[in-house]
Design a protein around this ligand. Structure first.
Ligand SMILES: Cc1ncc(COP(=O)(O)O)c(C=O)c1O
Length: 301
């Protein structure tokens, strides 16, 4: 019998596309090319499908979890949607804990995949409160917490898939890799792989500037840095303002036809700064998710 793919098999191997207008004539004269890795093309709509798939599959392989078990994660964003999809595919119960001020479209997507929610009061500690509750529930035997911030399978997903894809898709020409940083799983895994192929590659992290609220990314205070984060893997940091990221998200859609989220546009702001400093370079940035996920924020109005 012919074998057909499952929905899980469609995670990864996302397109890498060249920007045509935003780099402008000045960019072309410098000989740079800016490439967008379209992670919104993953089945649950974000780069997090890779990490969610790896965290569940590898835990299964180790015998830590098995279908039918209950998984618990404190997450208000793309990871929750990706885990909810993976739990549906592989037969787990998924409990997502999140602050009660979460945007409606995200919660609706998680519910569609059959996840259950515990909403915590946003005015009582936000995500930190949600993470504490997840750990308490695990200690009480109510389920298994995967903890994307401390789980080595999160960067491993990018070491094993995103990094090799970028190396192959650019025929080894990639000179700069730019990613927004949340758990740092993407930048850690891709950096480790690309450096193993070419130690000269420059890794650039986009972080929100002081006061900027860009969903999915944080500039962590030292005490709260994710344990998977290794600062020596990042060569340069770019601080991204909220207004410039939102403006770039509108331009990316209207001028390039790439409908991405705000953090993706923030990575492009960083990539453009890099492009202004270098010549004859191949600069890749990650489009983490799709713009549809931000419609209710009004940013595209
Ligand atoms: C919208 C968005 N952008 C960027 C990121 C950053 O990815 P990572 O957690 O791999 O650093 C995330 C992660 O949750 C995200 O949801």
């Amino acid at each position: 019998m012919k074998s057909y793919s499952t929905i899980e098999d469609t995670i990864g191997v996302t397109p890498l596309v060249r920007l045509q207008r935003i780099p402008g004539e000045a960019g072309e004269q410098r000989g740079n090319v800016i490439l967008a890795k379209l992670e919104g093309n993953n089945p649950a709509g974000s780069v997090k499908d890779r990490a969610a798939s790896a965290m569940i599959r590898k835990a299964e392989e180790r015998g830590d979890i098995k279908p039918g078990d209950t998984l618990i994660e404190a997450t208000s964003g793309n990871t929750g949607i990706a885990l909810a999809m993976m739990a549906a595919i592989r037969g787990y119960k998924m409990i997502l804990i999140m602050p009660d001020n979460l945007s409606v479209e995200r919660r609706a997507a998680m519910a569609a995949y059959g996840a259950q929610f515990i909403l915590t009061p946003a005015n009582q500690g936000g995500m930190e409160y949600a993470r504490d509750l997840a750990n308490t529930m695990q200690a009480e035997g109510k389920g298994k917490v995967l903890d994307q911030f401390a789980n080595a399978d999160n960067p491993a997903a990018h070491f094993e898939t995103t990094g090799p894809e970028l190396w192959q898709q650019t025929d080894g020409r990639i000179s700069h890799f730019v990613s927004a940083m949340g758990t740092t799983g993407t930048i850690m895994g891709v950096a480790a792989y690309l450096r193993s192929q070419n130690p000269q590659i420059q890794i650039v992290g986009a972080q929100p500037a002081e006061g900027a609220q860009i969903p999915g990314i944080r500039k962590w205070p030292e005490a709260y840095q994710p344990s998977i984060y290794k600062p020596e893997q990042v060569d340069a940091f770019e601080a991204i303002g909220q207004a410039e990221a939102e403006d770039m998200a509108r331009r990316l859609a209207a001028e390039e036809g790439i409908f991405g989220g705000i953090s993706s546009a923030g990575a492009l702001v960083a990539a453009m700064r890099v492009a202004g400093r270098v010549r004859n370079s191949t600069i890749v940035f990650i489009v983490c998710d799709r713009g549809d996920r931000y419609l209710s924020t009004g940013v595209f109005n």
